[in-house]
Write a protein that binds this ligand. Structure first.
Ligand SMILES: Cc1cc2nc3c(=O)[nH]c(=O)nc-3n(C[C@H](O)[C@H](O)[C@H](O)COP(=O)(O)O)c2cc1C
Ligand code: SF4
Length: 432
């Protein structure tokens, strides 16, 4: 039976979030102390050796990103911790923000020292109001104890962190929209290139990493990159936080070593499907993630293996649906989210989301014909190809994967039949 491996979450909830003293008594700040005795390039080399991939969704190699930014010749560089966490079903960063904020500060400070930055931002989801206050208090304490601010721990290195609250737009988690929002503009993704590592906040080089990514750094520096790389699988180092929700008996955030399967997460850690119902599908990676059926649950969570199957672990959200869920209903709920969150800047996403919603709504009301159903696929593929940013590219993933796996159930809706009884048909007729 699979167990959690808590190298990242071991201190969660174990200390008063604003107490540097308690954090240190539990082994905190050892990574930063060691880092300040190293050369910046040695730190980056450890992060490269660790094989750490960004945990925000795109799985970009963290060491490589740091290395590129560290080599840019610029008087000022910014660091941003992406704590926007707006993907439905994703709540793993919240655990670190609320229960171990000092580790985020420590990870960011090491990164700032490594790339030569003096200014950091934590961009936090607007709904995490208490998290915002906790982070600000933790920052104030770290400042007072000499772990932030001027001459950190007696060195010549200065670093400050400011916390910025988002205003509720999912797209602001996208790194260029996030830079726009920090500058005080409307949070819309920029056209790329140039990439934000070169031209970020106020046109200056900017390092953006996810909360979980920064939290991996103290362990890597304290224990060495090779030690970290030895955890997990050859192509996916370390552990991953997953947030499990939906029809499971024990939802929550779990820290698993890479190589763990979805079946182990759902049936061992989360105690299986609620009411001992039959599992219908699992959505992996949040609203923009693939929907997998029972026969696909033994695939190990590993970046290389998943990518060879055109899948991704994304943000680490795992939503479980049992047999009482209607696939049309689920697809419609997902698309309504993206329709609402599209920033409207480019046509394939703005119009594609609207059209998918319309067809799915018609289907759920028993008004769609087979021709319209076939359009689901065409529109989805077009959006994936032609949308400007990751939101539009990934929005139709659930529709496409559900349609491929449950075509018959989709088509049944054309004849006014919903096998789960969830859809509201015209003429007062509900499911048969
Ligand atoms: C629509 C959209 C929303 C995103 N939301 C988040 C988010 O909430 N948190 C996050 O870390 N990354 C998010 N990302 C990914 C970021 O653009 C970026 O890749 C990430 O913050 C980089 O950090 P990492 O290298 O540590 O993964 C989002 C991307 C897109 C396209
Ligand atoms: S893909 Fe969607 S969210 Fe992204 S820029 Fe285009 S309209 Fe905006």
């Amino acid at each position: 039976m699979i167990q959690e491996l808590k190298i990242l979450t071991g201190l969660c909830g174990k200390y008063n979030y604003a107490s540097v003293k308690e954090y240190i008594s539990l082994g905190g700040y050892q990574g930063l102390k060691k880092a300040l005795e190293m050369k910046p390039e040695e730190i980056i080399s450890e992060v490269i050796t660790s094989n750490l991939m960004g945990r925000g969704g795109a799985a970009y190699p963290t060491g490589k990103k740091w290395d590129m930014i560290s080599k840019l010749d610029s008087q000022r560089k910014f660091i941003v911790c992406n704590a926007d966490e707006g993907e439905p079903g994703t709540f793993k960063d919240r655990k670190l923000i609320y229960q171990d904020p000092m580790k985020i500060i420590e990870g960011m400070t090491i990164a700032a020292y490594a790339i030569n930055s003096n200014k950091g931002y934590i961009y936090i989801r607007g709904e995490y109001r208490n998290g915002y206050y906790r982070l600000r208090e933790a920052i104030r304490s770290a400042n007072a104890a000499g772990y932030l601010g001027k001459s950190i721990q007696g060195t010549s290195f200065d670093f400050d962190i400011e916390v910025i609250s988002g205003a509720g737009a999912y797209v602001c988690g996208e790194n260029s929209a996030l830079c726009e929002s920090i500058e005080g503009k409307s949070g819309r993704p920029r056209l790329k290139p140039p990439y934000i590592k070169n031209v970020g906040i106020y046109g200056l080089p900017t390092l953006v990493n996810n909360v979980e990514t920064f939290c991996c750094i103290p362990y890597i520096i304290e224990n060495g990159g090779a030690n970290y790389a030895a955890i997990g699988t050859e192509s996916s180092a370390g552990t991953k936080l997953v947030s499990v929700s939906g029809n499971v008996k024990k939802p929550g955030v779990y820290e698993i070593p890479f190589g763990t399967t979805l079946r182990e997460i759902v049936f061992d850690l989360s105690n299986g499907v609620e009411n001992n119902n039959t599992l219908k599908f699992v959505q992996m990676g949040g609203a923009s993630g693939v929907c997998l059926t029972d026969s696909q649950l033994d695939i190990p969570l590993d970046y290389k293996i998943l990518s060879s199957k055109q899948m991704s672990i994304g943000s680490g959200a795992i939503v479980v649906a049992d047999q009482t869920n209607c696939v049309v209903d689920f697809a419609l709920m997902t698309m309504e989210f993206f329709f609402h969150e599209s920033c409207g800047k480019c046509t394939p996403c703005r119009e594609g989301n609207a059209q998918l919603c319309r067809i799915l709504k018609d289907l759920s009301e028993g008004k769609a014909n087979e021709n319209q159903v076939r359009h689901l696929e065409n529109i989805s593929l077009l959006m994936m190809k032609a949308s400007s940013c990751g939101l539009g590219k990934a929005a139709p993933t659930a529709v496409l994967t559900l349609f491929n796996a449950f075509k018959e159930e989709f088509l049944e809706h054309v004849t006014g039949h919903c096998r789960t009884g969830s859809c509201n048909f015209v003429n007062g007729k509900t499911a048969v």
